[in-house]
Design a protein around this ligand. Sequence first.
Ligand code: ASP
Length: 465
Amino acid sequence: MKVAKFGGSSVANATQIKKVANIIKSDPSRKVIVVSAPGKRFSGDVKMTDLLIDLCYAKQNNQDYELHLQKIMDRFQEIVDELELDHHILEDIHQTIQKYLYFDASPLAQLDALKSIGEDSSAKIVSAYLNRLSIDASYVNPKDAGIFVSNEPGQAQLLPQSFPIIYKLREREDVAVVPGFFGYTTENDLVTFSRGGSDITGAILAAGTKASLYENFTDVDSVFAVNPNFVENPKDISVLTYKEMRELSYAGFSVFHDEALIPAFREQIPVCIKNTNNPDAPGTMVVAERDVTNQCVVGIASDVGFCSLYVSKFLMNREIGFGRKLLNIFEDEGISFEHTPSGIDDMSVIFRDHQFTPEKEKVVIDRIRNELHVDTVSIHRDLAVVMIVGEGLENTIGVAAKATASFAKAGVNIDMINQGSSEVSMMFGIHAVDLEKAIQSLYKEFFTDDATNLKIPPVSVRGHK
Ligand code: ASP
């Protein structure tokens, strides 16, 4: 059996939901369906989840929320009417919203409850529409599906006891339509995953039911090798590994929620990213292993908003505990770091910029000066991270040479190189202003017809794989 997840664009309006129903109908092995909340119908549109968040804040700030409520109900009504469904669904949605608006709970718990209504209503609508088409399907609440989570509002984590219960979904005769994005604590409190978390639900259900395939339907035919905002018509990726996908999503590939693949990865469930608007296209497969012989680099990812803190101290290499003390300061100040390249007398800590308020910056710098007695400490903002990702990197000679040569050709200065800590990626820190030309140059080097390194030369393989 397969688990299929449909993202926000796939359930944004009635036309899209009809496509979803055809996809479900065309393959009876699609037994568990996970849906997002209605997403944007056109650029500039607002996602249902954001409308629900606005509604919640209006209520919590004692503002008039009627207009927000109206917008939400109008969108659902448009969908329900176009699908010619009974209006009792709308009454049900309205009642659920009212219940949560007058919910006796903390503001965060109320926010999670209201946020969940987008997915919850999508699932009710999709299952009712499938029934209209004479497909045996039911709405299955995440609690009944067995999704039990920790009580961390907006950041729920799955509790391991969920898996045996989820497995029982296999026993169902009908198609189970489960809302994505939320679960319940063992105390019966509704808690959502982080934003974009319907992907997490899909991966959890695929892992829990030990599905033969997890299909993730979105609005692109496949994953591109590079961000199409930088390169026109970039190449598609037909197959990549979980590790490659994880590294690519970390550095800006927004196809998947960062954490989403972990449950599928642990159970080794193959994932296929497909297009609701073109379901016959083969899509991109994400699997445990792939043949790297004809393509060692699978994609180039990049992300901005990084900051680097550089410290130097003569004889740092002999000072036992220096790195720990430095990172302790970051820990104490609640800053999570991303990378820590180091030299003999120098160390840099790379982290996401948004965590570093001017007050935090002052505290961190003062503490480093006073507690670690460094020679220099400096901050570099507006950094971008570029990652070249591919399982073949580890065993291929010359990838770094080609990458650095392509940076040089584009006139881009490299601030930092990190290779070796990950087997599947090579990371470069550059100035954000140089990002576009750096990516274009790398793409040309690795992916265009005259790219020379797509094949691993026999001499380069070290032989232990
Ligand atoms: N609807 C939620 C969001 O917009 C979750 C999702 O779509 O995956 O973040």
